[in-house]
Design a protein around this ligand. Structure first.
Ligand SMILES: [Fe+2]
Length: 170
């Protein structure tokens, strides 16, 4: 049996998070290019930098645990990226495209929050206090990004609601 202890599956979880962050680093520049709202595009660019730091933080966590950084291929994050790509290829208005991009990014944020939440709980349970602190830092960043995406979406919808030239009725 390869995975016997909580420590074994904790390492597996970290290896999956390491793969997930790497995939997000590949996806975010594409999302920033597709976004039509400059604020959304800037938010994706900013999150790209945060994500690069999160990947490095995972490398430090592996080091802290005396392990080499390693990835396990996570199909779920690739499926989320594929789903987002399919959606953005549909024929839609600029506002709809931005809304779809925000929705896709929030899917990913919630997925990451679940993963980091689990890893944090396990780290705390095993008494890896320093590692737990680092995982919490990333979890807080993901939550912050999620909230920023929500306020961008609300703002875009409110602006559209106030601007009669952007009405759906012709
Ligand atoms: Fe992340």
């Amino acid at each position: 049996m390869k995975y016997k202890s909580l420590h074994d599956i904790f390492l597996l979880k970290l290896q999956s998070l390491y793969d997930i962050e790497s995939e997000i680093i590949k996806a975010l520049p594409k999302m920033a290019r597709k976004a039509t709202n400059p604020l959304l595009s800037a938010a994706f660019q900013e999150h790209l930098e945060v994500t690069k730091d999160q990947k490095e933080r995972l490398e430090k966590i592996f080091e802290e645990l005396g392990e080499k950084p390693k990835k396990v291929k996570v199909e779920a994050i690739r499926a989320l990226a594929e789903d987002a790509q399919w959606l953005t290829k549909q024929d839609m208005s600029d506002e709809a495209l931005d809304a779809v991009l925000i929705g896709a990014a929030q899917y990913v944020e919630h997925y990451e929050m679940a993963g980091y939440g689990t890893a944090l709980a396990w780290a705390e349970h095993m008494g890896h206090d320093k590692v737990a602190g680092m995982l919490e830092e990333t979890l807080n960043e993901e939550e912050k990004t999620d909230k920023e995406l929500t306020s961008l979406a609300e703002r875009a919808m409110n602006e559209k609601a106030l601007d009669p030239s952007m009405s759906d009725e012709d």
